[in-house]
Ligand binder design. Structure first.
Ligand SMILES: [Mg+2]
Length: 233
């Protein structure tokens, strides 16, 4: 319908409506279909706190962690002679939760503010991943943390992992300066190739971003955690 005709139809509608009740909402802009940012933030909080209509974040995390644990137990039971099994874990929103900082920042990402939060080393563990981690340790599966955090965050990340209950990992891999401009897929798949090149069989990879999981080599099983809070391409 052309704009002029639409306007005429609305005018007729308006006159008829005013005659009936004098309570009319004018046609809205198409952009009204874009989710409202404040309402989205409320939805995120409700999902995290398990009070909204989108389900329960912790329950969804636990479900994925349980799938990972079940697979790891079965795979370890069928380990071939000489195999060195490896679990690759992302850190942010997979192993450690930055939710307290996200809420405090109103879900905005400010690099300086986020780095200060990281340096405090008080991000809590994601419970399901701690269970998965302990299962891997019991099963003799080597754990590689693979994070997009820069190498300069190593000390704070180690301190946070220990404080959150993670000990005895095989390797903690952070972005070197030469990898700073790589996409997450290129950087992480490259590091997985390096792990495989050392003779490890990556049986399981867990991350909250698709870019944690895509690219070759892939793990035998890749597990995607929910993360409606941010997106890393
Ligand atoms: Mg992450």
């Amino acid at each position: 319908m052309c704009l002029r005709l639409r306007g005429a139809v609305f005018a007729v509608f308006l006159v008829a409506s005013l005659g009936a009740s004098a309570q009319v909402i004018a046609p809205t802009a198409p952009s009204e279909r874009i989710p409202n940012l404040d309402k989205l933030k409320d939805e995120l909080k409700a999902y995290h706190d398990c009070t909204g209509s989108y389900g329960c974040y912790t329950r969804d995390l636990d479900l994925q962690a349980d799938r990972a644990i079940m697979f790891l137990k079965q795979r370890a039971a069928h380990k071939r002679p000489g195999e060195k099994l490896a679990l690759v874990l992302d850190i942010d929103e997979t192993t450690l939760s930055n939710y307290p900082e996200m809420v405090a920042a109103g879900f905005a990402y400010d690099v300086a503010r986020f780095e200060a939060w990281e340096k405090e080393a008080k991000a809590p563990a994601i419970g399901g991943t701690l269970r998965l981690y302990k299962a891997a340790r019991r099963l003799g599966v080597s754990v590689f943390f693979l994070t997009g955090r820069p190498e300069s965050d190593r000390a704070a990340t180690v301190a946070d992992l220990h404080a959150a209950g993670f000990d005895g990992w095989q390797e903690l891999i952070l972005r070197s300066a030469s990898e700073a401009n790589s996409t997450a897929v290129i950087y992480k798949s490259g590091e997985r190739a390096r792990i495989a090149g050392k003779g490890y069989r990556i049986v399981l990879n867990v991350g909250d971003q698709w870019s944690d999981l895509r690219g070759k080599p892939m793990a035998e099983l890749s597990v995607k955690y929910p993360d409606p809070f941010y997106f890393i391409p």
